[in-house]
Design a protein around this ligand. Sequence first.
Ligand SMILES: [Zn+2]
Length: 197
Amino acid sequence: MSPAFDELVQRLKALPGLGIRSAERIALHLLVQKPEDVLPLQEAITKAAEKLHRCPICGNLAEGDCCSICADSNRDPHLLCVVENVPDLLAIERSSAYRGRYHVLHGKLSPLHDVGPEELNLGNFTARLEEEKIREIILAVSNDIEGEATCHYLTENLIPREVTVSRIGFGLPSGAGVVFADATTLKSALEARRPMS
Ligand SMILES: [Zn+2]
């Protein structure tokens, strides 16, 4: 249609879950049907990008020194749930089945895609376990080979033996991520977590 329009569509298409048709539809909606929507949306994206950053403790999104979950004194300080990314954390929060804190890896080990432990948010992980006197860890990562490798790496290399480690598994479809599970499935998956062998 035009180079500017094509660029916008390409940028939208790069977002998760959007194919070429959805990207075109959103671009047309913004530019043709509701041009007045463009500026507030643009401002909201810029503002969020400026204000939000990674929580230095857990890797969640934060607006202040740390995220609202790390700052919440009502949470069990000795219970930690390890997740792959922020949408997974939000999905578990929506289940209301968990009241500890989180550690967001921002990925999972994948030799095929050149993702090693250095690429994950693990720089402060060991120090956290010690400083926060973590007694129990729930590994809420995907039920696939990469998720399995990630759990294995953490339990073999970074988590001390005296910490109780379990992994959610029951109820999650094979090959699917935590974010795709509904609240009931996630609740049962958390309740039916099993010890790591
Ligand atoms: Zn945090």
